[in-house]
Design a protein around this ligand. Sequence first.
Ligand SMILES: C[S@@+](CC[C@H](N)C(=O)[O-])C[C@H]1O[C@@H](n2cnc3c(N)ncnc32)[C@H](O)[C@@H]1O
Length: 225
Amino acid sequence: MSIDPLSDAKIVESWRKNAGPWVSAVRDQKIESRKLVTNQAIVETVMSRSPLTALDIGCGEGWLARELAGHGMRVMGVDVVPDLIEQAKRAGAGEFQVASYEDIAAGELDMQVDAVIANFSLIGKESVEGVLRRIPSLLTDDGTLFIQTLHPVTACGELPYTDGWRKGSWAGFDDDFSDPAPWYFRTMERWLQLLSETGFQKIETREPLHPATGRPASVIFIAQL
Ligand SMILES: C[S@@+](CC[C@H](N)C(=O)[O-])C[C@H]1O[C@@H](n2cnc3c(N)ncnc32)[C@H](O)[C@@H]1O
């Protein structure tokens, strides 16, 4: 049976295929916006709340978990792609395990942490809604959820500013990448609604700017129950 090209399942299939090139893109600092803005933005935002323990969901090859562990935090990273988790484990610092958002939503992670972090990893529709519903029970009482994602206004492009599935693209990445993952576009209003429907009452946003364009490189949601 073929996978729907605009679906959560297709996102996972695509990330499985692109694990190798992704590890080099991140570790060789090939993604300019990350190098210039968004890596530092998420690290500083998380550190500003001084969590002692953190769960990095959709952690990829684990750079953020390693960085936060280097600041003394106890961090667990999880991702659906076994090759990425293998690379994360080999690089050391932090604990890593294979888990999908569907696994987390089904209650497979039994822990409580001061921070749950998703750095450019909430890409799909049902998978994202499901994992978000579960996050409150993974947080300590005054714990915080940090989501960094594409800024809806910048990422919208020429298409209508409405929620919906979009085709993926590896424009700007090298030729080793193939079969880009689709993604589910959410307006700023929808992201905020989703967080509030999930039970988050205090929600702040940050909009780190790209120094070359002066436009938002991302949005960071900082949410507490
Ligand atoms: C753009 S990468 C970001 C990786 C990492 N957070 C970083 O900052 O480098 C998106 C990640 O989300 C993960 N992902 C996508 N869908 C997932 C799912 N349903 N369950 C767990 N991880 C998922 C992918 O495997 C991939 O590692």
